[in-house]
Design a protein around this ligand. Structure first.
Ligand SMILES: NC(=O)c1ccc[n+]([C@@H]2O[C@H](COP(=O)([O-])OP(=O)(O)OC[C@H]3O[C@@H](n4cnc5c(N)ncnc54)[C@H](OP(=O)(O)O)[C@@H]3O)[C@@H](O)[C@H]2O)c1
Length: 246
């Protein structure tokens, strides 16, 4: 991994990803809306910024040229297929062998193995309806973006985030192939660690064509899971090994 593109670089997740990528010595290209360029001021002399809407195919074509990896924030904003347009542009224009890592939430189901509580389903349904009414957010379009990614034969990973909080890094989140797995029950991840998982996924081939649902490695459900797998009599604080696939 030498050069990576962060699409949606000016948001909170995007800026954490830029920082992690620079820490690894990667050359970074960031895409964000023109009005958000000042939010990248702290990186201005270290990254290349391509201003423009992330669903603009020409903007994406220019930004991803020559990139070994592309990290994409799929944000459900607007009512003009912003997420699916962004995902499609990346799938169409990234270099043939590039690692493509996308972000979304647990509500994007991979298959029938994902199990949701009725409260989760009801909340998503209500938010989807309300968001559609105010024409500010298009949750359905994130599902469409997910479908297009799953159908692609590219080297993709779709990282599905739990609820997020700010705070210092706790380490690489743990993940499960399916929402509803007990290890995910705490439903909380630090945003900085969501970004860490995204950047680590660039060089983790075991995550190619996977849709890991993640949770913080120090969330109670992750700790309980690690404890249950620890051989009896072994000392330890219960923290799971970083990046462990439950
Ligand atoms: N928030 C959560 O609790 C949560 C939970 C699970 C998963 N996720 C996932 O995490 C990722 C980051 O989400 P986040 O909530 O943490 O937000 P975030 O990192 O702050 O990113 C929001 C992104 O949306 C863009 N944006 C905002 N308003 C927009 C508009 N009207 N039109 C077009 N773009 C707009 C922002 O660009 P500008 O800088 O230009 O405004 C930014 O790139 C997303 O993929 C999301 O699905 C979030």
């Amino acid at each position: 991994m030498r050069k990576v593109c962060v699409i949606g670089a000016s948001g909170k997740l995007g800026r954490y990803m830029v920082r992690h990528a620079l820490d690894r010595g990667y050359e970074v290209v960031g895409v964000c809306r023109e009005r958000s360029v000042p939010k990248l001021a702290e990186f201005a002399d270290r990254i290349t910024i391509v201003p423009g809407p992330t669903n603009d195919r020409e903007v994406i074509r220019r930004a991803v040229a020559g990139c070994d990896g592309v990290l994409t924030v799929l944000a459900p904003w607007g009512v003009r297929q912003y997420s699916s347009g962004t995902a499609q542009a990346v799938l169409d224009h990234a270099e043939p062998d590039a690692r493509l890592v996308f972000s979304c939430g647990w509500h994007v189901a991979r298959d029938e193995g994902d199990r949701y509580s009725w409260t989760f389903r009801a909340t998503v349904r209500v938010v989807t309806l309300l968001a559609r009414l105010v024409r500010a957010v298009e949750i359905d379009d994130q599902l469409e973006a997910g479908r297009r990614i799953f159908a692609s034969d590219r080297r993709w990973t779709l990282v599905r985030g739990s609820d997020l909080e700010e705070g210092e890094s706790q380490g690489l989140p743990v993940w499960s192939r399916h929402v509803g797995d007990p290890v995910l029950e705490s439903n909380l991840t630090r945003r900085v660690d969501f970004a860490l998982f995204m950047v680590e996924a660039l060089t983790d081939d075991t995550l190619v064509r996977e849709a890991p649902a993640i949770v913080g490695c120090r969330a109670p459900s992750a700790l309980a899971h690690a404890q249950s797998r620890r051989p009896p009599g072994l000392p330890g604080d219960g923290a799971p090994a970083s990046g462990e696939n439950p």
